[in-house]
Design a protein around this ligand. Structure first.
Ligand SMILES: [Zn+2]
Length: 238
């Protein structure tokens, strides 16, 4: 029996606590289980993200462009590339960019068990940590594959899943730099996470598009932040 106000309050808190945990739309559960695509904000900010590096040729050139423009970005690196190109990774870290985990092998996650996905995430983490001393907070699954096994493995690994809201498909060999620029300009608005690749097949076009895009977005009043800065600025949108 509830005897006084304090006990009533405690009971209410417990009740809301349980409801909060069980409702699928609750803020808590969204943060943990569902990929974050962008944030809601009135500020003119976007986050540039780069996947599949570090690449020995193109990552340094992209780092140089970012440095010239005083921009910090987020790189979702592959553990296998980190092991191959430690100097590039070291440069990325020293330049102050945010480092996210893209797994070790860039496997097709549809073909893996939950345990195998977990092991790949942890192997990627190990390489990043060994070289940079950074324990990444964010994971981006290769190919954007999301299955129950992926979500369980990511949750067990203690990461937030970061997707994107603007994808110029810069990895495709058919995309020229002007197509990439046009695609980003058409689709970008406040709080977006933009997906690029510093590793892969088509980075030359990405590199060419990057400076043009930075100029265009800056002239529209945008500034550039890392993923964690973006998440601090706005409300997460899944
Ligand atoms: Zn990838």
């Amino acid at each position: 029996m509830v005897k006084n106000r304090r006990q009533k309050l405690l009971l209410l808190l417990l009740l809301f606590g349980f409801i909060g945990l069980s409702l699928p739309g609750s803020h808590q559960s969204q943060q943990v289980f569902e990929p974050i695509h962008r944030v809601q904000t009135h500020k003119k900010v976007v986050a540039l993200t780069f996947d599949d590096g570090p690449d020995p040729v193109y990552t340094p050139l992209i780092l140089e462009t970012l440095h010239k423009n005083k921009i910090s970005a987020t790189f979702f690196v592959l553990g296998s590339q980190v092991d191959r190109y430690p100097k590039v990774m070291d440069w990325m870290k020293k330049a102050g960019h945010e480092i996210g985990n893209h797994g070790y092998h860039h496997y097709d996650l549809n073909k893996l068990t939950e345990q195998e996905i977990y092991d790949d995430i942890k192997q990627g983490e190990k390489s990043i940590y060994r070289l940079t001393g950074v324990l990444p907070q964010y994971y981006r699954p290769p190919g954007g594959v999301i299955t129950t096994d992926v979500m369980n493995a990511v949750q067990l690994s203690g990461y937030d899943i970061i997707f994107w809201s603007v994808d110029p498909r810069d990895w495709s060999l058919t995309r020229t730099s002007s197509v990439i620029v046009k695609s980003v300009k058409q689709h970008t608005s406040r709080g977006d996470i933009i997906l690029f690749h510093d590793g892969g097949l088509n980075q030359k076009q990405t590199l060419q598009a990057l400076q043009q895009l930075i100029n265009d977005l800056k002239s529209q009043g945008y500034s550039f932040v890392t993923v964690s800065e973006l998440l601090d600025i706005g409300d997460r949108i899944n």
